[in-house]
Design a protein around this ligand. Structure first.
Ligand code: ADP
Length: 400
């Protein structure tokens, strides 16, 4: 009877409590009082230190609980957790291993808090007088430990749910930013081309008119580049068989692509150095796709650089691969974003107020292309100091 009324009182009160600590505190208070114990503690496992730490307690001296960190293999609490069994012992019995120094505990009861899959913690009750806890009392504490388990698991579920909601919100924000960013990226060249063409229509001076027409063409080329990236990204699972493999001379390719960026380098006062190992073997690659990879890495190295910064392009042989690295002295990438930047549409700053343009597709396409060639891409970066992207490609073997 005592079990049932206690259970009823506990469950009906728990309904009104929302935080796990409140539930556990309520349980410890009630059960300690009901059993005339002086001390009640709920421990949970701290996975990092592999120790049981008290989450709530009653009857401890101030600051006492801070000193309590129970080794899982030590003491009655540790064994109740490790072995998943109730330990009920008074001073003098072999199971009597109290955790509290200097508190003159003479009777203890440790009940594992069993979750659906594993043991979540231990509920410990201590008495100063050597009166052993009865079987009835053991059962009562087991009921309380069951309630504690439900509260702990519910809060775990709630935390997981909150995490999922946070992730979904981030995806939603990404989607909204993406729509805004892509529309902005597509509209900018249209605005430039439209303005240049309108001016060209009224321009009598042939040289000036040609300049305006060139401006319109460049804007449309840029737009074509963006649309090309969007189409590629929609269809990223490109198979190796779609690549038109040939022997590519990297010295020629790097020189050709880096020359395309000269006007941008001059505008941003950025120096570019090229360092290619002597006798570098050609690589087996799709020439067009490889150009796209280099263009993307170089254009990022310029875009995220600082005025007066530097870019180094290096190429060297590494075993049966050739490694190409593009380093810059730009803004760098936070360490926790390094693996994210290769995801489609990911941008370290994708907010509407962001400083750098782009769709967040370039690196996803670069990674996919390099891997389709049988290579790998890596990145190292120091925030505020710069980034270094390196990719490998199979060297073309001599007999081929
Ligand atoms: P985009 O440049 O269009 O934003 P990318 O896929 O090329 O898209 O790059 C994704 C993100 O990775 C960029 O928005 C930027 O935050 C980061 N990033 C890429 N390259 C660099 C770089 N060289 N320096 C600093 N950040 C970079």
């Amino acid at each position: 009877m005592r079990d049932l009324s206690f259970l009823y009182m506990v469950t009906s009160s728990i309904h009104r409590l929302t935080r796990v600590e409140e539930v556990l505190r309520f349980l410890v208070n009630e059960v300690t009082r009901a059993l005339n114990a002086e001390i009640g503690i709920v421990y949970t496992l701290d996975t990092a230190s592999k120790r049981l730490l008290p989450v709530v307690s009653r009857g401890l001296r101030k600051g006492e609980d801070e000193k309590l960190a129970v080794k899982v293999d030590d003491s009655a609490v540790g064994r109740a957790f490790e072995e998943g069994r109730i330990i009920n012992a008074v001073v003098g019995e072999s199971d009597f291993h109290p955790t509290l120094d200097g508190m003159e505990v003479n009777s203890l009861l440790c009940v594992p808090v069993k979750g659906r899959k594993n043991i979540l913690g231990v509920l410990e009750l201590c008495r100063l007088h050597p009166l052993k806890f009865s079987l009835d009392e053991e059962r009562l504490v087991t009921v309380a430990a069951g309630q504690a388990a439900i509260a702990m698991e519910n809060i775990q579920n709630l935390e997981e749910l909150e995490k999922t909601v946070r992730e979904l919100k981030a995806v939603d924000e990404l989607k909204n930013n993406l729509l805004a960013n892509v529309s902005h990226e597509l509209r900018t060249p249209i605005t430039i081309a439209k303005g240049a063409l309108e001016l060209a229509m009224d321009e009598k001076n042939v040289k000036k008119r040609n300049g305006l027409l060139k401006m319109a063409v460049n804007a449309l080329v840029r737009q074509n580049f963006i649309v090309g990236d969007l189409i590629e990204a929609a269809n990223l699972e490109r198979s190796k068989s779609e690549l038109k493999m040939e022997e590519v001379n990297l010295v020629q390719l790097i020189t050709l692509v880096s020359d395309e960026f000269k006007p941008m380098l001059i505008k941003d006062k950025i120096k570019m150095k090229i360092s290619i190992e002597n006798c570098l073997p050609p690589v087996r690659a799709d020439n067009k796709q490889l150009k796209h990879v280099l263009r993307n890495l170089i254009s990022n190295a310029i875009k995220f650089n600082k005025e007066g910064g530097e870019i180094i392009i290096e190429a060297r042989e590494r075993g049966n691969m050739v490694e190409v690295c593009v380093s810059d002295t730009g803004i760098g990438i936070p360490e926790d974003r390094l693996d994210k930047i290769f995801e489609r549409f990911y941008q370290v700053d994708s907010s509407p107020s962001r400083r750098y343009g782009g769709t967040g597709l370039g690196l996803a396409i670069v990674k996919e292309t390099v891997e389709a060639h049988g290579g790998r891409i890596t990145v190292e970066s120091k925030l505020g100091k710069g980034s270094r992207f390196c990719f490998t490609l199979p060297a073309a073997r001599k007999e081929e």
